[in-house]
Design a protein around this ligand. Sequence first.
Ligand SMILES: Cc1cc2nc3c(=O)[nH]c(=O)nc-3n(C[C@H](O)[C@H](O)[C@H](O)COP(=O)(O)OP(=O)(O)OC[C@H]3O[C@@H](n4cnc5c(N)ncnc54)[C@H](O)[C@@H]3O)c2cc1C
Ligand SMILES: NC(=O)c1ccc[n+]([C@@H]2O[C@H](COP(=O)([O-])OP(=O)(O)OC[C@H]3O[C@@H](n4cnc5c(N)ncnc54)[C@H](O)[C@@H]3O)[C@@H](O)[C@H]2O)c1
Length: 469
Amino acid sequence: MRAQDLGKDVIVIERARVGGAGVHAGALSSKTMWHLSNDFALAQRSDRGYCAKAGFEISYRRVIESVRAAVSEREGYFDKQLDRLAASRSGGGSVSLVRGTAKFISPHEVEVRRTDGSLELVSASHFVVATGSKPRIPDGLPVDGDLVVTSDHIESFPSFPESMVIVGAGVIGCEYATVFANFASTKIRIIDRQPRILPFEDEDVAEEVASNFESMGILIHRSSKLQEMRVVDGKVEYVISDPEGKTQTIRVERALVSVGRVPNTRTLGLENAGVQLDKNDSIVATHTQSSVSHIYAAGDVTMDIALANVAELEGRYAVEKMFGLDPRPIRYEALSAIMFLKPEVASVGLNELQAKERKIPYRVGVVDNRLVARNVAMRNTSGFVKLLAAKDSGKILGLRVVGPQASSTIQGIAFLIEMGATLDDIDRCVHPHPAIPEGVQECARMLLGRSVFKVEVFGPEGLLRCGEG
Ligand SMILES: Cc1cc2nc3c(=O)[nH]c(=O)nc-3n(C[C@H](O)[C@H](O)[C@H](O)COP(=O)(O)OP(=O)(O)OC[C@H]3O[C@@H](n4cnc5c(N)ncnc54)[C@H](O)[C@@H]3O)c2cc1C
Ligand SMILES: NC(=O)c1ccc[n+]([C@@H]2O[C@H](COP(=O)([O-])OP(=O)(O)OC[C@H]3O[C@@H](n4cnc5c(N)ncnc54)[C@H](O)[C@@H]3O)[C@@H](O)[C@H]2O)c1
């Protein structure tokens, strides 16, 4: 669409469904499940002065029907736009959709194999490779799309399984653990080879999520090695060993494998175009430009950061660069992301792990949501706000929000990081009341020695923390 803005003629080649994993079996579908599951869990609570007397009926198929409705609503808008733009050339360039699987046969030519087997040759001056990624399946795991699945198949369960093991406690594993635990029909176990879930996040964030998981009845096998998984009599049997080598054999109804993703590059014929891949099959790209100057790569196919917002940003950047607009380089350090867990976890910029890794001296403040008026009013005070600022200048480096409305709360700070703002800027800004971002303001003020609640009073209770690294 950005190339169309610039008056270029564009051909989009898609082998499956327009929207990719941003919509199907991915971001939108899983977030729809998350919202539905949250509403269900909330409605089940009986500590708020109301409860459903007759209980709730719940059906996996019906839930998935709602998910499909969301997905097709979104897909419908994409299809409508592509149809209209293909039919008219109103001001911008033309956009046409070719359905089929693309493969480079030379640096300027792509062969498209349609579903009926026919071939179409597409040639262009410039290319953006945005073929995304697929679940990584380690050797020996019997993924059959039925009993042992990846996120690609999870919507095809006939009903809620009674029990499910999740292999990999990263984002996908933890999000689906949350969804199924919220629906309260499935006993969830989750295995990770690391000592804690979400190993790329700060320990306090991961532990807050882990303790909520445990209170939701999710069993976490930490530092566990999956020795074997097999299908026996229509059930999934797996063997895990702990760091001392003690093994356990457990039987569950289904298994979800979520141990990372790999780029879709293998069958793209990139060797015919001379495009260089790294040892993980990702396209080697410098500011989205591959080793062949007219071929760009955006999104999961470079496998640096696998997020829909990054994919879009890179796509826009690539197109602007290829048509000479000289766009501002993408600032990967100010990226924001949300993990749809219980509670929601949203992040922008650096966490403590990353600041330490990059040897950036920082100050950190943590304010527990129990001290934030809006959380109190919501009767939902689990989680905290954690703000990092540069030690000398007070420049804002990053924010983690663990708790309700986390995703909306980080956005203001994303802008401030982008602008190079400091703790003083957060202090000065008038916040609405009561609002979740007040926790962020209180955190900045605490680091500046101007907060309402004092660390000497609430520090020992674990409600406030100031530190540095
Ligand atoms: C379960 C799940 C949940 C997620 N949740 C979030 C989230 O909440 N927030 C977030 O930011 N990110 C999320 N992500 C990640 C996000 O979906 C991806 O980072 C994003 O979709 C990547 O976009 P992309 O354009 O690079 O690839 P994709 O969206 O995967 O699109 C690639 C497209 O290329 C097509 N294709 C592949 N090979 C060929 C070929 N040879 N010829 C023609 N077409 C081809 C595919 O069919 C696909 O449609 C999630 C991912 C998953 C799996
Ligand atoms: N809300 C979001 O933004 C969102 C949601 C879903 C997915 N995504 C994107 O999709 C990508 C892929 O997600 P993912 O969860 O598959 O990958 P991930 O990299 O987030 O997590 C993989 C996990 O699997 C563990 N692991 C790897 N091999 C293992 C093994 N053999 N046994 C046990 N554990 C093992 C790792 O320690 C890690 O915790 C993410 O990097 C993320 O960027 C984003």
